[in-house]
Design a binder for this molecule. Structure first.
Ligand SMILES: Nc1ncnc2c1ncn2[C@@H]1O[C@H](COP(=O)(O)OP(=O)(O)OP(=O)(O)O)[C@@H](O)[C@H]1O
Length: 248
């Protein structure tokens, strides 16, 4: 069964139709890139899926359950998690502390963060596993302010993983990361659990073609393509709307 099903989702801001009858299904293990020109409606679509915006029409089902009217928090509990933003990290806190806090929040024990989380073996084991998954273990106890931007972006994904997602939404995970560090992000994404479904907004087409096994294209709010990376590069409508020289 699909883990995320979006049915005929629409959203308008005033007279501007920003999401126009979009349907999309994600299955466990999917690696999907969501691409499209600036202003195509990618961020709006993700905000509708996470519940940060309310649609004018359509449905969002998580694991077969209609969550269209559910809060963002309820959707997180159902397994739909988006990565945090670097701007929401605390510069004085370490990756270990961030991940421990996210785990404790998930467990409903967040009041323990300033007490003794290091004395909780279950929490510490999980912190260790998540930092290792994102290849952040060597920086576990370094303040975020002293960590390279690419690794701060990995910490965003680590925090999302601490919430035990079944669907992970990533908003341009490599944006702002120097080209020399992009490979760190790619390697870490390669290590994500095989059953996790990942939907990634990304502008860097080299990254998209390396990561995605499926690409969906939004243009002017409409989903104009859903297929493999090889198919997307050959599609005349996508070439015209977006890809330009990447399709050559
Ligand atoms: N809260 C809002 N109120 C009014 N218009 C909005 C709002 N949010 C987005 N828009 C408009 O909706 C359109 C789609 O925006 P959106 O940010 O979803 O596109 P995007 O594909 O994510 O773009 P980018 O790639 O530049 O991030 C744009 O024209 C934008 O100006």
């Amino acid at each position: 069964m699909s883990i995320l099903e979006v049915r005929n989702l629409s959203k308008a801001f005033g007279g501007l139709q920003v999401t126009d009858d979009v349907s999309l299904t994600l299955n466990p293990g999917d690696r999907v890139a969501l691409i499209g020109p600036n202003g195509a409606g990618k961020t709006t679509f993700v905000n509708l899926v996470t519940g940060h915006l309310k649609p004018n029409a359509g449905q969002v089902l998580i694991d077969g359950q209609d969550m269209t009217r559910a809060s963002p928090t309820a959707r997180v509990h159902a397994g739909l998690v988006r990565s945090f933003q670097v701007t929401r990290l605390f510069p004085d806190m370490t990756p270990e502390e961030h991940v421990a806090l996210a785990i404790l929040q998930r467990m409903g024990r967040a009041e323990r963060i300033f007490a003794d989380y290091r004395a909780m073996p279950d929490v510490m084991d999980e912190v260790f596993d998540i930092l290792q998954l994102l290849q952040l273990s060597p920086l576990a106890r370094t303040a975020v302010r002293d960590i390279a931007y690419g690794q701060q972006r990995l910490l965003e994904i680590a925090l999302a993983m601490a919430l035990r997602p079944r669907v992970l939404l990533l908003d341009e995970p490599a944006a702002g990361v120097p080209a020399s560090d992009t490979v760190l992000i790619e390697k870490a994404l390669d290590q994500l659990p095989p059953a996790l479904a990942v939907l990634m907004i990304e502008h860097d087409m080299d990254f998209v073609f390396r990561f995605a096994r499926r690409v969906v294209v939004l243009a002017a709010g409409r989903l104009i393509f859903d297929g493999t990376p090889a198919e997307v590069a050959a599609d005349p409508q996508v070439r015209e709307a977006y890809l330009g020289s990447y399709a050559e």
